[in-house]
Ligand binder design. Structure first.
Ligand code: FRU
Length: 446
């Protein structure tokens, strides 16, 4: 899998689609939309592939897109990708629509594609659609100026079928890459968030160290003129190695929930040899602080997977706790005036991730070893240093403080995993809680 797609709530269940190649774990191939649904965002039931690349206009890939639910119908907006090898341009991208009334079977609209946008070819993709008043809005990622600059276009429609471009939400001035993928645009605590995944941003100190980034620009938006006024610079949403191509939804209770692909293009993680590739992050609720920073909290449904508490007390340097099934929720409370060093490591090999807080310089880091192991950013804890860390079979998600800094990184330990405090670190609380398995494993039929 790669990007999450079509995240929505339909008849009281969450549906999540994703870029999926059923034939290979090593190549993207002609991508389909995989499909799963859930009551609680943690236990997912797999459903049949929702859309295959089986039409002239999407034959090289049913690329990313979003869902809109209206009148008991699910409307999926997506990009039909078609390769033209040896020609210039060598591909074309048009927007298409499919619908479902049962949430399982999807019918592609007979007059697809609904947006041709000849003037914006060849990279125009990943429609995100929402409704405001009586109008439907769509943002699309685009590359312009001979594929050297990225931007986000805004389209509107009265009927979901016929669309017109009304503005450019924002564009690269040269420092923000050549293509903006997977745009999303929504209101959060009184401002607007342009969330997108730019390709081609150059590394700058501790920033932008992944192949591609995901981040946001906070601003104000005027629906009467369709203009966006940025108030700040682009900020990365997560500081780990594997966080890309986000999707958000506003659920019935007013939560803005984000989910990201927890992987990165061109990585060759060992799971590919086991026949699978990629995973999603824990869904997180977004909030905007007064200073214009997005904070992320795991959705409260995480309670549904919490198991037994296996450690919960003050801990001195060197304390280690062995995890059950290599998965756990780890909570730390410590003084913000001391450095902290915490290891998540294979008990029987040298594979380890270290999480550190440098109190003098106000920096927090995650290092998974190797050439490109270190990720680091600024962090000033408020009163105490607090962290919540979700460890799963091949991933680590760190939430610092209230969620003002997060790190999401894949990690492939060997054998049993333990959490260990560095020799010089003392904490007021080290709590380790089991995480229950959510996937049904049928040992008879595999
Ligand atoms: C982002 C992306 C999207 C595209 C999809 C193709 O990871 O490149 O822009 O729609 O993946 O799988």
């Amino acid at each position: 899998m790669n990007d999450p797609n079509g995240f929505c709530k339909f008849e009281n269940e969450y549906h999540l689609f994703y870029q999926h190649n059923p034939d290979s774990s090593t190549a993207p191939g002609d991508i389909s939309w995989g499909h799963a649904k859930s009551n609680d965002l943690f236990h997912w039931e797999h459903l049949p592939i929702a859309m295959h690349p089986d039409q002239d206009y999407d034959r090289s890939g049913v690329f990313s897109g979003s869902a809109l639910v209206e009148n008991n119908t699910m409307y999926l907006f997506y990009t039909g990708h078609v390769n033209h090898p040896g020609e210039s341009p060598d591909h074309i991208e048009r927007q298409a629509l499919a619908t479902s009334t049962d949430g399982i079977n999807f019918i592609k609209y007979e007059n697809n594609p609904i947006i041709l946008a000849e003037e914006h070819q060849p990279d125009i993709r990943d429609p995100k659609v929402w409704k405001h008043g009586n109008t439907y809005y769509m943002v699309l990622g685009n590359s312009f100026n001979n594929s050297t600059l990225g931007r986000v276009l805004l389209y509107t429609s009265k009927d979901k079928i016929s669309w017109n471009q009304v503005s450019i939400i924002d564009e690269s001035n040269g420092t923000l890459g050549y293509m903006w993928e997977c745009p999303d645009f929504f209101e959060l605590n009184g401002h607007f968030v342009l969330l997108f995944s730019p390709q081609g941003v150059k590394p700058e100190g501790d920033k932008y160290k992944n192949l591609y980034q995901t981040g946001y620009i906070i601003g104000d938006f005027d629906y009467s003129t369709n203009t966006f006024k940025p108030l700040q610079e682009f900020q990365e949403l997560d500081h780990g190695h594997d966080f890309y191509a986000t999707q958000t939804i506003l659920d019935n209770s007013g939560r803005r929930i984000v989910i990201a692909w927890m992987d990165m293009w061109e990585k060759k993680y060992p799971e590919q040899d086991d026949g699978f590739n990629g995973q999603m992050t824990i869904p997180r609720v977004l909030f905007l602080t007064r200073s214009g920073r997005i904070i992320q909290k795991p959705v409260r449904e995480v309670k549904r997977v919490q198991g037994k508490t296996i450690h919960s007390r003050k801990a001195d340097g060197g304390t280690s706790v062995l995890l059950n099934n290599n998965a756990a929720e780890v909570s730390i409370i410590a003084s913000k005036s001391n450095d902290l060093e915490l290891f998540i490591e294979s008990r029987n090999s040298s594979k380890a991730v270290s999480i550190m807080f440098d109190s003098r310089n106000g920096k927090v880091s995650l290092d998974r070893g190797g050439d490109d192991g270190l990720r680091r950013t600024d962090w000033q804890p408020k009163d105490n240093l607090r962290m919540k860390i979700y460890i799963d079979a091949s991933s680590i998600e760190v939430f610092c403080g209230k969620g003002e800094v997060t790190f999401s990184s894949r990690f492939f330990p060997e054998g049993p995993v333990q959490v260990r405090l560095g020799d010089e670190s003392t904490v007021k609380l080290l709590q380790v809680v089991d995480l229950k398995q959510t996937v049904f494993v049928d040992n008879n039929n595999n």
